[in-house]
Ligand binder design. Structure first.
Ligand SMILES: N[C@@H](CCC(=O)N[C@@H](CS)C(=O)NCC(=O)O)C(=O)O
Length: 223
């Protein structure tokens, strides 16, 4: 249910198209839950290929989830664009930094989490098992799997765990002493890597374990 009872949630007239199994969708869902926003969620069945159907292509021609549709019909895709809209429109509980300095730190760490953690984790699984062989990358174009790439991608995720552990040995949260979108992408990455790749957090990474316990116990983490 998110952070608050429905009565306390802020009604928005927004609709999020998402998939419960999609890590990028979860980046959107946690952000919405942390802000206490009431957003209608509509599932797109990726296994059935609903993202390629005409109805969804009108919402996002890139054929990926998530997408946020505004009351006037405007459709916003790309998680960071969705976040930017929500943060600007609902600035309470800032998730992208409460000052210019914080905003820069959140952007820096969130980009590292996506580029060095989440994207390699997705690549590590899509290049070995997922779906049709021509669907190694999400989106409108077909690409063949490269199984050898999965080995390197997995190594990159292992290094990401070590790098974030080192960061969290110095800071309470990823971007600083405040919870932010950088924590969301790191959490989504770790949970996805565990589910899809069986990669758990090593006992030696005590800072990462401490942080993972803390951010997982936030009500928004269930989103
Ligand atoms: N850069 C995009 C990535 C979105 C993405 O890759 N979504 C995946 C699910 S996590 C998807 O829709 N996949 C559909 C497919 O594999 O055909 C974003 O930030 O929203």
């Amino acid at each position: 249910m998110g952070l608050m009872s429905r009565a306390n949630m802020l009604s928005t007239g927004l609709t999020l198209y998402h998939s419960p199994y999609s890590p990028h969708s979860r980046r959107g869902r946690i952000f919405i839950a942390e802000k206490g926003l009431e957003v209608k969620h509509i599932e797109v069945d990726l296994a059935r290929g609903e993202q390629h159907e005409e109805a969804y292509r009108r919402i996002n021609p890139r054929r990926v989830v998530p997408a946020l549709v505004l009351a006037d019909g405007t459709s916003i895709a790309e998680v960071t664009a969705i976040w930017r809209y929500l943060e600007g429109r609902y600035p309470e509980t800032p998730m992208l930094g409460a000052s210019i300095r914080e905003a820069a730190m959140v952007t820096m760490w969130e980009r590292r989490a996506e580029l060095d953690g989440l994207l390699p984790a997705v690549e590590a699984i899509r290049n070995v098992v997922t779906g049709a062989p021509g669907r190694a990358l999400a989106g409108p174009h077909d690409y063949l799997r490269i199984p050898a790439l999965a080995i390197r991608s997995r190594e990159r995720v292992e290094n990401f765990y070590a790098d974030i552990n080192a960061r969290l040995a110095q800071q309470e949260y990823v971007a600083g002493d405040y919870y932010s979108a950088a924590d969301i992408t790191c959490l989504v990455t770790l949970d996805f890597a565990k589910r899809a790749l069986g990669m758990t957090i090593s006992e030696d990474f005590t800072a990462l374990k401490r942080w993972h316990g803390a951010v997982s116990s936030r009500p928004g983490a269930v989103a």
